[in-house]
Every structure is written in structure tokens, then in C-alpha cells.
Design a protein around this ligand. Sequence first.
Ligand code: NAP
Length: 298
Amino acid sequence: MLTGMQIAVLGGDARQLEIIRKLTELDAKLSLIGFEQLDHAFTGAAKEKMDELDFAAQDALILPVPGTSIEGQVETIFSSEKVILTKEMVEKTPSHCMIYSGISNAYLTGIAEQAKRQLVLLFERDDVAIYNSIPTVEGTIMMAIQHTDFTIHGSNVAVLGLGRVGVSVARSFHALGSKVRVGARKSEHLARIAEMALTPFHLDNLGSMVGDIDICINTIPHPVVTASIISKMPSHTLIIDLASKPGGTDFRYAEKRGIKALLAPGLPGIVAPKTAGQILANVLAQLIGDEYTERKGI
Ligand code: NAP
């Protein structure tokens, strides 16, 4: 239980509602900033304005998945209030106050460092990335169905990268009956791909592996699907690029060649915001609970 904890939830989308639900269930006291247009009330959570928040009383600040903009602005889809988090605000918090965010940028990292507060990035955690790969795969399957006129079953699929998303994508398309080949650069990844009963290939040989592919799913945040690679693909190939913006595909060249290439960021929040929120809520509850126990010496 988080009885006695005071936590401020600063902005966010539908995923934040699952976090609010979970933390209030655990008896934390919440201040909700940027939620005044939300039609729902949570027992134990009070909607407040940013300039009314008592920063000195907060044990934790929870930011939305993107953190802040480079100007410090926090995304608030349930509010028209402009919420900006400043170094001065963070400095007012008690020294044990933790800041939780999905990702960070130079601004957010900078104000946390200057105020000497610990910034915890949930999306850097393996557990969050692996759980998130589940809705990411479902979104990828949805896109493959929507943008092709052939079945996934029996199609030739190339997956690029064998990280947390690549493993889940490759395994799921294989389970749906695709003939999956996976490109990686590490010998242990190539061995794992073979162990998964998929076809491994080194990324250096990508050009010779795309001549007959129906779907190319990129998970590598690096320019790998270059114009030269795209020029070797059949014209009906669908490229789904899951890597973080700007993706790893030469979209300009794909368009020029008439190959459909889609950058598909943020699929968990789009196809399964409730599950995506629950993933974050469960991990946050665990982290905040551990921190609380440690601080109280329980
Ligand atoms: P990850 O576990 O770090 O995997 C990244 C993969 O890319 C690894 O196999 C890595 O191989 C490879 N890689 C990285 N840089 C490379 C390079 N220069 N050349 C060749 N291979 C390279 O990351 P992840 O969790 O799977 O996420 C993959 C991407 O998807 C990230 O950009 C992430 O932000 C994004 N993502 C998108 C969604 C969505 O909804 N679209 C959802 C979740 C994640 P090595 O081990 O050899 O470095």
C-alpha cells in the first residue's frame, strides 16, 4: 500500500488514467494537473492547477510517456491549460522526490540534474519494453492486414532487428504462418533466430534477402532500409517501420518507387491504451512501493 504518499500526475493521455486508478487503489494521495476536462472522478485524487500545486509536499512527480517538450511543456489531452515544468518547481520538491517519465530529452534531464532529483525513465526498462512489445505486435498485425490484399499466412516477411520488439514481431508472424527471415548483426542474435526456427541473415546481406519479400518490418532505429535496399524489393512490398522517429526507412525513395512504407510510432497507445496504461501502472506501483518501503525503512 502507498498510504501517506503524495504524488502529482502532470498531464498525459488515456494511459495515465490507468496509473491514477492503480495508485489511488493503493491509497496514495494524488494531485492531478491537466485533467480538468476529464469526466471521471477518482477517490483520493484531486484535480488542481499547476500554479496551485504544493511541490514541497510531493513524494513523486509522474510525467506522461513523452516527458516534456524541449521547452518544458507537458502534453495535456484532458485540458486546455498550458502545463510547463520548470527547474524552480522541481527544486521545491523534497530531496527524496522521484520524477517518473517514459522517455527524456535534454531539457527534462537537465532540470532533474540541476535540481538533484532522480529521473526514472520507464521506457528504458526491459520489462516495460517487453510488455509493450505485445500491443506493438498487435498493432503491426493490424497494419499488415489493413494495407495488404494477401494473407499474412504464407507471406514472406523480413524482420529487421532482434531486440525486444523484433523478437515478439518475428515470433508472432511465424505463429500466424508467415515465412519469417530475420536480419541482425550479432552472431548470438543469428543463433537465436535459427533456434526460433526462423531464417537468419546478417544485415550486411540485406540487399540479397529482399527480392521476394511481401512485408518488411523494421525495428532498427538507424537508416537500414535505404534507397538501394528498397530498389531490390518487389513493388507490392509493404514496409512497416516500427523504429522510433524518424524510423530507419528512406520514405522519400519508397514513395518515388511506389512502395507503400508506413512509419508506425506509438502503437501501444493507439491500439491498446488501456493495456499500455496498465503496463506502466503496474511497473510504477512496484517502483514507487519499493522506494516508499526503503525510505520508511520498513
Ligand atoms: P532494442 O531492444 O534496443 O532493439 C533494437 C534492435 O536494433 C537490436 O536488435 C539492435 O541490434 C538493432 N540495432 C540498433 N542499432 C543498430 C544499427 N546501427 N545497425 C544494426 N542494428 C542495430 O529496442 P526495442 O525495444 O526492440 O525497440 C526497437 C525500436 O522500436 C525502438 O526505436 C523503439 O523506440 C521502437 N518502438 C516502437 C514502438 C511502436 O509502437 N512503433 C513500440 C515500442 C518500441 P544490436 O543488439 O546488434 O545493437
